[in-house]
Design a protein around this ligand. Structure first.
Ligand code: ZN
Length: 139
């Protein structure tokens, strides 16, 4: 893995959280993107070399809505950048980590993503993310 690509924060209301994080960080979010398949609306801030992703659930079955119901708002996941997500998934599987998806999924901000179960990482939900290059477009 390369670096922390972003930190995901679960919020109840993206509009309110955007305004607050803009004040906190001193920068405006650079995009808002819905990931309909995951029932989330996301917003991204660039802070130096790292990013903050705010996530709001758009349906009760959204993982974000369930997370907030159980644990309240707060840090939801740490995302690490990888060069080759398939190779990294294979490596982690062999090491005995539990992955939450069998195949990489399309995430926000032009990424292929895969999540590692928090039970495999001392309570931290870990996201692997690989930037989708032009020649890897699937859809
Ligand atoms: Zn993320």
């Amino acid at each position: 893995m390369k670096k922390i690509e972003h930190i995901g924060i679960a919020v109840k209301n993206l509009k309110d959280a955007n305004a607050l994080y803009q004040q906190l960080l001193g920068v405006e979010h650079y995009k808002i993107e819905e990931v309909a398949s995951e029932h989330v609306m996301t917003s991204f801030f660039q802070v130096g070399p790292n990013k903050i992703e705010l996530l709001e659930g758009t349906a009760p079955e959204s993982a974000i809505s369930k997370f907030i119901e159980k644990r309240g708002e707060g840090i939801h996941h740490l995302a690490f950048e990888v060069d080759n997500i398939l190779a990294e998934m294979e490596r982690l599987r062999k090491e005995g980590f539990r992955l939450l998806n069998e195949q990489p999924k399309r995430g926000a901000d032009n990424k292929l993503v895969c999540f590692v179960h928090p039970k495999s990482a001392h309570g931290v939900l870990v996201e692997l993310c690989q930037t989708i290059k032009a020649d890897q477009e699937e859809e």
